[in-house]
Design a binder for this molecule. Structure first.
Ligand code: C2E
Ligand code: CA
Ligand code: CA
Ligand code: CA
Length: 286
């Protein structure tokens, strides 16, 4: 504070700064209370984006992505509210709804599809959710309630958040993996990490962050990096999903590198549950 004034910002500038801070705080509080209301009223919806087998163009699974359906402001993207949901703890009831809704939907898809083509659903879970007592039991209960096997579920945890080396979380992940739930590291490559954790920890899937795919075309180095991740995964017996595939070039390169799975606007943007089912039954190949 003293420094700011001393820098000769002047009274007016200081006041503007205060007003700005005040405004941002009020905005955040308003967002939080609106979000609280949305959780109570169930003003959310899920969209599903296919996770595509790059060799067959068929959907192996779908990632569930939450949207806030605001009665006045329309559909709001998660980037606008997940952070506040995490800070406020609202991510816990919201996340429970997301899990139940996603499992309910995958149960419906699985009922109408032959066994060999039954997809899984992949759900984003924040570390805050893992920290709550009884999270594993909650997942178990939700699977039972939806009537789907654990193999129908994948959980995505971001690499950055896992780097805190929280033994309790790893223990929970191990229990879930033993049940048959798939564990994916989201945004892989963006968190600083020593890679050695990949060998020791209960992980099934690496999701290569979109930024790597973006830069792959113009840069030999970036291409080598993606190629390296794919072979690393093969060595460790992990599977890989490349995120953010936006054109045929991306797809072709990844296929050549031996990347098994991919996701992105080239295949489909996130869609509603009915359209996703169409994806599974009709337009399987693009
Ligand atoms: P994410 O998990 O990395 O999800 C991928 C995001 O990239 C999604 O944005 C998706 O719509 C977008 N995307 C997919 N393909 C492409 C592509 O080809 N090009 C580009 N430019 N973008 C693509 P979305 O749905 O806005 O989600 C943003 C983030 O919000 C997610 O990033 C995830 O971290 C978070 N999120 C979404 N749903 C949930 C949830 O239910 N729980 C939690 N905790 N976080 C969620
Ligand atoms: Ca994700
Ligand atoms: Ca991601
Ligand atoms: Ca992301």
């Amino acid at each position: 504070l003293a420094l700011y004034v001393a820098k000769g910002a002047g009274k007016n500038r200081w006041r503007r700064y205060q007003n700005h801070l005040h405004g941002a705080m009020v905005e955040r509080l308003e967002l939080r209370s609106a979000l609280d209301h949305a959780v109570n009223e169930g003003h959310f919806l899920l969209q599903y984006q296919p996770i595509v087998d790059l060799n067959t163009d068929e959907a192996a699974g779908f990632e569930a992505l939450v949207r806030w359906h605001h009665p006045a402001r329309g559909v709001i993207a998660p980037d606008q509210f997940i952070e506040v949901a995490e800070e406020s703890g609202l991510i816990i009831p919201m996340g429970r709804w997301v899990l139940d809704q996603a499992l309910h939907t995958v149960a419906q898809w699985r009922r109408v599809l032959p066994r060999a083509r039954q997809p899984y659903v992949s759900v984003n879970v924040s570390v805050r959710q893992f920290r709550q007592k009884g999270f594993v039991d909650q997942v178990r209960a939700s699977l039972d309630y939806a009537g789907v096997p654990p193999q129908a579920l994948m959980l995505e945890i971001t690499e950055t958040l896992l780097m805190r080396d929280d033994e309790d979380i790893w223990a929970d992940l191990a229990v879930l993996q033993d049940l048959g739930v798939r564990i994916a590291i989201d945004d892989f490559g963006t968190g600083y990490s020593s890679l050695s954790y990949l060998r020791q920890r209960p992980i099934d899937v690496l999701k290569i962050d979109k930024t790597f795919i973006d830069d792959m075309v113009g840069s030999e180095q970036q291409l080598a990096l993606v190629s390296g991740i794919v072979s690393l995964a093969q060595t460790l017996n992990l599977t890989v999903v490349a995120e953010g595939i936006e054109d045929a070039t991306h797809r072709d390169i990844l296929q050549r590198l031996g990347c098994p799975l991919g996701q992105g606007y080239y295949f489909s943007s996130p869609v509603g549950p009915t359209e996703a089912l169409t994806w599974l039954t009709v337009n399987r190949a693009v």
